[in-house]
Design a protein around this ligand. Structure first.
Ligand SMILES: [Fe+2]
Length: 390
């Protein structure tokens, strides 16, 4: 009987305080001539882009900057605008960039992953919605992270909003994994408080979903449980004081471990349901996750063994005697953490309308993020999860 657990991550992962300095050595053996930097306008004012520019100049790699990531949900338009830098109006005849570098959070990395994929595979990013549709390797992509964490700098998942359908597309293929990821906490202290909160709870969602996912393995379990432990210990500290470098460093590790876990174990209904809300209403991914996570966990607890629920409780620091007790306390602990770091408590307060739930639930059941959810919900189940989170 086959029971394989192949493990995908970037070829090289630069991790830790000051790790950006190792990028020069990593690039020395490659003959890159020209790079496209994918950033947002805010990133340009923080000084991180300049540090990367200096590295490129020292290596005689020329570059252009695409700063057209305009809000925190990567769209088809952003991707097409980025690709226009390649072609100067003549589609895909001038592949003059040999390297893509994204600097920022998940949105910038997702945008860069999509640009890198279409640059070599052709067509439109819309053609690649689903699993394993990107059949050729994308252009080499270095993802330099400034948040903790979407995990986008490590994973094969690329989330792009198709504005015409108001749907967030999930594109997942090993060919979209960046070839180098950089997680240097020195690039993270300027992260605003609300992004510290929303990206931190995103990392927690990745860890819990990966641990509960049908493709979890002994390797992803270890990563997921430790990420859960770290988030509960250090996210409130990082939120309270962004210059607490111990907390930033620990949250960076939680992001990396949760990213590695979900890249290989898969996700679940938190993400399948949150993607629909993000595509339809446009607010921040992590805020939807914060609200959905306890309710999806409640639903999934019916499909999880007691020992797995108790392991999550232990990682959080909860001592529970049985499954029922543990589920109640985990639910309460997630809600308390989200409240402590100022995240919304319900979907209604975020503008979600009851009348939209049928459509959103139908789309959520088509999202590949839900394929590895431990329980297979009906349309009614998914609508009920949304309603419980209102
Ligand atoms: Fe996420």
């Amino acid at each position: 009987m086959e029971n394989t657990h192949n493990f995908f991550i970037p070829k090289t992962n630069l991790i830790g305080i000051g790790s950006i300095k190792d990028l020069t050595n990593e690039l020395l053996s490659w003959k890159f001539k020209k790079a496209l930097l994918v950033v947002d306008k805010n990133m340009l004012s923080l000084g991180y882009v300049e540090k990367v520019q200096t590295i490129l100049k020292n290596l005689f790699i020329s570059y252009d900057i695409f700063d057209g990531v305009l809000h925190p949900n990567a769209t088809v338009t952003f991707v097409e605008n980025g690709l226009s830098h390649f072609t100067e109006g003549i589609p895909l005849l001038h592949l003059d960039y040999s390297l893509i570098i994204s600097i920022g959070g998940g949105t910038n990395h997702d945008c860069a992953k999509a640009i890198a994929a279409v640059a070599t595979n052709g067509g439109s990013i819309i053609d690649y919605e689903g699993y394993n549709k990107v059949t050729k390797p994308g252009l080499p992509h270095i993802a330099i992270n400034t948040t903790a964490g979407s995990g986008a700098e490590i994973t094969m998942f690329t989330i792009i909003t198709d504005e015409s359908r108001r749907v967030k597309m999930s594109i997942a293929s090993p060919n979209t994994i960046p070839f180098i990821s950089v997680n240097d906490p020195l690039f993270m202290p300027t992260m605003p408080q609300e992004i510290t909160a929303s990206s931190g709870i995103d990392a927690l969602s990745h860890a819990i979903e990966a641990y509960c996912a049908t493709e979890s393995s002994p390797i992803t379990d270890v990563l997921a449980l430790d990420a859960i432990r770290i988030v509960f210990l250090y996210l409130p500290r990082a939120y309270e004081n962004g210059h607490d470098m111990k907390a930033r460093e620990q949250m960076m590790y939680a992001n990396v471990m949760a990213g590695m876990a979900f890249n290989n174990a898969g996700l679940g209904y938190v993400h399948a349901l949150a993607h629909q809300l993000g595509g339809f209403y446009g607010q921040t991914h992590g805020c939807y996750n914060a609200v959905l996570l306890p309710h999806v966990f409640n639903f999934n607890s019916n499909y999880l063994a007691e020992e797995r629920i108790l392991a999550i409780a232990e990682a959080i620091g909860i001592s529970a005697d049985n499954k029922t007790q543990a589920v109640e306390q985990i639910f309460a602990a997630i809600k308390k953490l989200a409240t402590t770091i100022g995240l919304p408590e319900g979907l209604a307060a975020m503008g979600v309308q009851i009348g939209d739930l049928d459509l959103l639930a139908g789309n959520a059941l088509k999202d590949i993020a839900g394929l590895t959810n431990p329980g297979k919900g009906t349309l009614e189940d998914v609508i009920n999860i949304y309603k419980a989170a209102m």
